[in-house]
Design a protein around this ligand. Structure first.
Ligand code: NCD
Length: 351
């Protein structure tokens, strides 16, 4: 059992199934779990804005009878005085039982886990990964479709910077027989490292430039917003904004049993009228986020977890300017054990 949740695939399929079943039981019988985490403390350290992820984690811990500390704005903490991540994490992990962290840099959660004496949950590291959104997404798909195979799954919007897309696609690489539709502009398409991994599996994929051309085929449509904060300039963002909009006209072309998901917040990519279509499941999806996070907290707090070991390299550096190793300079390079050309923190190429 791995102690932290940094990348969704840290959890085996069997372990995920247990967490999913527990989440469904919590959803149906919440009162049974009201004292499960009595006396335990969760820290939520949010270096980047959040509504659902932070509030759903806090709600989850409170509904389990535990308590919560933390910050939602690093300028209110010693980070604003220049404290490094290592010190913040070492101290907070000596206070609490479990840490949830969101950070704008890629690989930050993995870095935090290396200095934490307690389990760390990645609540989003830059444009990289967001494993607990994936727990939410998979449970919602299971509840709506009853399976994770044999589906036509459309990902639409900012597939380059959308960490929820990266985490969910990585999770789907462990299943067979799905077909993926990447609906995006050339600039915002899915990263090469994920396409390479996808090619090694028994799943088909196609690229599409419009929603119309694949609307009739799709079973699960995963809409995302264009990630304004990840662009180098406002001008670049404006060029990409508003290209894909799901409206009632497009919904008419879709299957009767389509489900529309969105990690939220949505900006302008889903017309507000679509909210009333019974196939729009994104508000249920957000509610499921509380139950899966309750199940995850219980699981991580109840297991005896092993320490991880790392493949360090003194000679190499990461090529990604948004990697945590670029700012927290004391971090040693860690080589990915599956492909030694890649950085373990953020999955970009090493130089
Ligand atoms: C997402 C995120 O932060 O990556 N939101 C969320 O956690 N539900 C999606 C987004 O911000 O677009």
């Amino acid at each position: 059992m791995v102690k932290h949740l940094i990348d969704f695939n840290d959890i085996s399929v069997e372990r995920w199934e247990k967490i999913h079943k527990l989440a469904v039981d919590i959803k149906n019988n919440p009162e049974k779990y009201a004292e499960e985490c009595k006396g335990k403390i969760l820290a939520t350290l949010f270096y980047e804005p959040s509504t659902r992820t932070m509030l759903s984690f806090q709600t989850a811990m409170l509904r389990l009878g535990g308590s919560v500390i933390g910050f939602d704005n690093p300028s209110n903490s010693s980070v604003s005085k220049g404290e490094n991540l290592k010190d913040t994490i070492a101290i907070v992990s000596s206070y609490v039982d479990l840490l949830v962290m969101r950070h704008p840099l890629e690989g930050a959660a993995m870095a935090a886990s290396m200095f934490s004496s307690k389990p760390v949950i990645n609540a989003g590291d830059g444009g990289h990964l967001h494993p607990t959104q994936t727990l939410t997404d998979l449970t919602t798909i299971m509840l709506e479709k009853g399976k994770l195979t044999g589906l036509n799954i459309g990902f639409c919007g900012d597939l380059k910077n959308g960490r929820t897309v990266h985490s969910l696609l990585k999770a789907f690489l462990r299943y067979k027989g799905n077909k993926f539709y990447f609906i995006s502009t050339k600039k915002l398409n899915i990263p090469d490292y994920l396409l390479e991994k996808l090619k090694e599996t028994d799943n088909e994929f196609v690229f599409a430039e419009t929603l119309e051309e694949c609307m009739g085929d799709i079973d699960v449509l995963y809409m995302t917003r264009i990630q304004r904060e990840r662009f180098d300039s406002e001008k670049e963002y404006l060029k990409q904004k508003g290209v894909f909009i799901l409206d009632t006209e497009k919904m008419e072309k879709a299957k009767k049993d389509l489900i529309v998901l969105h990690p939220l917040p949505k900006v302008d990519e889903i017309d507000i009228e679509v909210d009333d279509d019974p196939r729009a499941k994104y508000f249920e999806q957000a509610e499921n986020g509380v139950y899966v996070r309750m199940a995850l907290i219980m699981t991580l707090l109840s297991e005896n977890n092993e320490e991880l070991s790392y493949n360090f390299s003194e000679k190499r550096e990461c090529s990604n300017p948004k990697c945590i190793t670029q700012t927290e300079r004391y971090l040693k390079t860690v080589v990915d054990e599956d492909d030694r050309e890649f950085c373990k923190y953020c999955n970009h190429k090493l130089i």
